[in-house]
Design a protein around this ligand. Structure first.
Ligand SMILES: Nc1nc2c(ncn2[C@@H]2O[C@H](COP(=O)(O)OP(=O)(O)O)[C@@H](O)[C@H]2O)c(=O)[nH]1
Ligand SMILES: [Mg+2]
Length: 479
């Protein structure tokens, strides 16, 4: 529109009726010269925005003004009880009926105490197969269990990294783990992209937490630990734990914890931080963040201490109690992992790690939110563009194949012709040889005939001569 045509009143009466419904609206300016006069644009915008609860969302160079409805919420007092205050209860009831999924990935060398810790954590005996140290490579073994606690169903999947750290060449040990995590994301994405989705009863196998078991060496992290954690940190929530913490002294443990954290920081490894934005748990979470990595001890053995039976490891010199906070950080780990932050771990997995995977995957497939002019990119357009690209590719490939086929036929034809020519030459040569032979035989035959004729002539002459000789002798005697 030209500067003189700007009619804020009619703009408001038409557009403002649509805006609360649409949420935002974009005006196409037909006169680029008007748009370039910044003073007229500014006055138009301010008049529009003053006369209605509008907010200029974006002023785009492509002749568009984009507005967004910015009305303040209007609060009202209810005359009596309506009942929507039961909404949280409805949500709780629905979630309890549906049940929950929680998936733990245990990464650590064979024999470091992964299975024992899982048994200790959930106070049960999961089926454990002792892994051998002679695996050719690393593979992931998921096992799913249905657990029930006070009417709450938990579908728990524990994924074990079998053979991790057992190979001489550990260069590719992290790959099966990364692949497994990506496959679970991919499965979820595929379900989301289906036309008929059933996410409400979908068995979500995405990994919510990776417990990384560090050997209690007291030295420093192994390069395998650093490489693996670095490869995983953008895909999963990592909580590093020092395993078998009963085998390291208290002062060594403190130094080891500091060393591990400084190594993680200097190598840019992002581990999971317990959230501190929720007031109810911010204090405890902040204090626990400072205690990472947790030093844990696992045991399912029950030992009598005083008049209480506790889970502990018994040594000739004393007893290490798993749930004694002076002995190890097991209780802290259980508190943080299960009782305080389980939902945050699930949420982080969906909102951060899966979102990143989904974004990269969709971008890889050619989907975008905005085009180069910052205009919203429609799915339909993307699909059409991709389809066109795909069809073009297909046509090009078809043409290439056709050309290849034609070339091949031509080549074969030329080869056949060459062979035919060779055969023809050979035939001609043989024919010539045959004629030559024939000529020679003919010559020989003629020679032989001549010889025979000569011989016959000589024979006749000889016979004639021998007949005339006796007559002459008789005549001589008579004389
Ligand atoms: N000292 C000590 N030994 C442990 C601890 N946890 C497990 N173990 C022992 O380490 C061995 C291997 O444990 P396991 O859980 O099978 O290891 P995984 O191969 O990592 O699953 C077993 O003999 C366990 O009793 C621990 O916290 N401290
Ligand atoms: Mg095991």
């Amino acid at each position: 529109m030209a500067a003189t045509d700007v009619d804020v009143f009619s703009f408001n009466t038409v557009v403002l009726r649509l805006l609360p419904v649409l949420g935002d609206i974009t005006l196409q300016i037909c006169s680029p010269s008007w748009l370039s006069q910044s003073s007229s644009v500014a006055s138009f915008i301010s008049r529009c925005c003053l006369s209605a609860p509008l907010q200029l969302h974006s002023l785009v160079v492509t002749n568009c003004l984009s507005f967004r409805w910015n009305e303040e919420k209007r609060s009202l007092n209810l005359g009596g009880h309506v009942g929507f205050d039961s909404l949280p209860d409805q949500l709780v009831s629905k979630s309890v009926t549906q049940g929950f999924c929680f998936n733990i990935l245990c990464v650590g060398e064979t024999g470091i105490g992964k299975s024992t810790l899982m048994n200790t954590l959930f106070n049960t005996m999961f089926e454990n197969e002792e892994a051998s140290h002679y695996q050719n490579g690393v593979y992931l073994r998921p096992r799913t269990y249905d657990l029930l606690e006070s009417n709450v169903h938990l579908k728990l999947t524990i994924v074990d990294t079998v053979g991790f750290g057992d190979q001489i060449n550990k260069e590719d040990s992290y790959k099966p783990i990364v692949d497994y995590i990506d496959t679970q994301f991919e499965n979820y994405l595929q379900e989301e992209l289906k036309i008929k989705r059933s996410l409400f009863n979908y068995h979500d196998t995405r990994i919510h937490i990776c417990l990384y078991f560090i050997a209690p060496t007291g030295h420093s992290l192994k390069s395998l630990d650093l490489v693996t954690m670095k490869k995983l940190d953008s895909k999963v929530n990592i909580i590093p734990i020092i395993a078998k913490a009963d085998t390291i002294s208290k002062s060594e443990l403190n130094k080891f914890k500091i060393k591990i954290m400084s190594e993680l920081v200097s190598n840019g490894v992002q581990i999971y931080q317990f959230p501190t934005d929720d007031e109810a748990v911010s204090e405890i979470n902040a204090s626990m963040n400072a205690l990472l990595p947790f030093a844990v001890v696992g045991s399912v053995e029950e030992v009598k201490v005083g008049n209480k039976t506790v889970r502990a490891r018994q040594y000739p010199w004393g007893i290490v109690q798993v749930e004694n906070e002076n002995h190890c950080d097991f209780v802290k780990l259980r508190e943080m992992l299960i009782r305080v932050n389980m939902e945050d771990l699930r949420e982080q997995t969906h909102a951060r790690h899966y979102e990143l995977y989904r974004r990269c995957k969709l971008e890889e497939m050619g989907f975008k939110d905005t085009d180069p002019d910052s205009q919203p990119f429609s799915l339909q357009e993307t699909y059409e563009a991709k389809r066109k690209e795909f069809l073009g590719d297909l046509q090009r490939k078809e043409e290439e194949m056709r050309q290849m086929f034609v070339n091949k036929v031509k080549e074969t034809e030329a080869e056949l012709k060459e062979k035919e020519r060779e055969l023809h030459d050979k035939f001609e040569q043989l024919k010539r040889m045959h004629q030559e032979e024939k000529r020679k035989v003919e010559e020989k035959r003629r020679d032989l005939e001549e010889e025979m004729n000569g011989f016959n002539r000589k024979k006749v002459a000889a016979e004639t001569l021998s007949l005339s000789q006796p007559l002459k002798k008789d005549k001589d005697k008579k004389k």
